[in-house]
Design a protein around this ligand. Structure first.
Ligand code: KIV
Length: 335
C-alpha cells in the first residue's frame, strides 16, 4: 500500500487550525493505491505460463527458434517478458549499456546482483539467466559455484552464463551438478577480448572452426543446457549446431542456430546517432529518437507554461479557495 506524506502549514490562523495539522509532525495517510512511480501500479501485462528448461527443450525439439534478449533493470526486464521472450539474459554487457563502462571487465559481482534483482522483480514468465562477471568464476570451479549460487539466491536468477570453451568444462560440470542450469558462451568471448586481439570474428579458419566445435562438444558434455555462439560465420555455426544435442543461441552467427540473442539497448536503437554498432545488430526501433522528441516537447511546454494545463492538476472548491485567500496574509506575516 502506498504512503503519502502531507507537509502542512505551521501556526495557521485560528479558524483553520482544526483543518491543518502542524508542520513539525508530517502525517502519513494510507491510501489503497500504489504510487504512480511503482511498477506495481501497471496492469497485469503478462499471462504467459512460466518458461522452464523443459519449455526450452521442447522448442528445440520442435525446431522452433528460441528468443533471448538482454535486460538490465526493471523496465527492460518488464518489456522483454511482456513481449514474449523465452529467455531474459542479464548480460554483463550492462557494464557498457547501463553503467557507461568501457567494457564488461569492470563490472563486479555485487553490481551484477543489483541488476539481477531489478530484472527478477519484473520478469514473471521468461527463464532468467545472468552472466558471471569476470573474476567471479575463472580461478576454481568451487569459486565459480559460489558465485553461481549467489546469482540464484541473491539475484533471483534461474541459471547462469559463463564464457569459455573446453577449459571451462570442470567449472560447468561443478555448477550444473549442483543443480544450476548453465548457459555456455563460445566463439567471441568479450571478457577475453584482449587475448583474442579485440572483438574479432571467430571460427574463420578451418583450425578455428575445429576449435569451436571442440569447445561446443566439451561444454555440452560438461552439462551446459544451452550454448551461445558469438561472431562466427553462419555456415560454421550451423554445422556446430547440427552436431550438438542442446540448443545454440546465435549472436552474429547467422540463422542456423537454435535461437537468437541481442542486446536490448542495441536492437531498440536506444543510443544517439553515430555510435558504433557491430555488423550483426539490427535495430527494430528508435527509442532514443522517441525519448528525445518527448523530452524536448516537455522542455518546450515547461518553458512556455503550456504544461501542466488544468487536466493535469487537482481541483479545489471555490469555498476552500476563498477561505484560504482570506487568511493568506495573516499566516504569511506570522511566519
Ligand atoms: O553480455 C551480454 O549481453 C552477452 C550477450 C550479448 C550474449 O553476453
Amino acid at each position: 500500500m502506498a504512503m503519502k506524506t502531507l507537509n502542512c502549514l505551521r501556526r495557521p490562523a485560528l479558524h483553520l487550525r482544526s483543518l491543518i495539522p502542524p508542520r513539525q509532525s508530517p502525517i502519513k495517510i494510507c491510501i489503497a493505491q500504489y504510487s504512480s512511480h511503482s511498477p506495481m501500479g501497471s496492469p497485469a501485462t503478462n499471462t504467459r505460463k512460466k518458461v522452464t528448461i523443459q519449455t526450452i527443450q521442447n522448442l528445440y525439439k520442435k525446431n522452433e527458434p528460441i528468443t533471448v534478449l538482454t535486460a538490465s533493470d526493471f523496465p527492460s526486464g518488464h518489456v522483454a517478458d511482456t513481449a514474449g521472450m523465452e529467455i531474459v539474459l542479464v548480460g554483463d554487457s550492462l557494464a557498457m549499456v547501463a553503467m557507461g563502462m568501457e567494457d564488461t571487465n569492470e563490472v563486479t559481482m555485487d553490481e551484477m546482483l543489483l541488476h539481477c534483482r531489478s530484472v527478477n522483480r519484473a520478469v514473471k514468465s521468461a527463464f532468467t539467466i545472468a552472466d558471471l562477471p569476470m573474476g567471479s568464476y575463472e580461478t576454481t570451479p568451487e569459486k565459480a559455484l559460489e558465485s553461481a549460487i549467489r546469482m540464484v539466491k541473491e539475484g533471483g536468477m534461474k541459471g547462469i552464463k559463463l564464457e569459455g570453451g573446453a577449459e571451462m568444462a570442470p567449472t560447468i560440470r561443478k555448477i550444473s551438478q549442483a543443480g544450476i542450469p548453465v548457459m555456455a558462451h563460445i566463439g567471441l568471448t568479450p571478457q577475453r577480448q584482449h587475448s583474442l586481439g579485440g572483438f574479432r570474428v571467430q571460427g574463420k579458419s578451418a583450425a578455428g572452426a575445429v576449435k569451436l566445435l571442440r569447445d561446443a562438444l566439451a561444454v555440452q558434455k560438461a552439462g551446459a543446457f544451452i550454448v551461445i555462439i558469438e561472431a562466427v560465420p553462419p555456415e560454421i555455426a550451423e554445422i556446430v549446431t547440427r552436431r550438438l544435442s542442446v540448443p545454440t543461441i546465435g549472436i552474429g552467427s547467422g540463422n542456423g542456430c537454435s535461437g537468437q540473442v541481442l542486446v536490448q539497448v542495441d536492437m531498440l536503437g536506444n543510443f544517439p546517432e553515430g555510435r558504433f554498432l557491430p555488423k550483426f545488430v539490427k535495430t527494430y526501433a528508435d527509442v532514443w529518437g522517441e525519448a528525445r522528441r518527448g523530452i524536448e516537447a516537455y522542455r518546450e511546454e515547461v518553458k512556455s507554461r503550456a504544461f501542466p494545463s488544468v487536466e493535469y492538476t487537482y481541483p479545489v472548491s471555490k469555498e476552500v479557495l476563498e477561505e484560504f485567500e482570506k487568511v493568506v496574509d495573516e499566516v504569511a506575516e506570522k511566519e
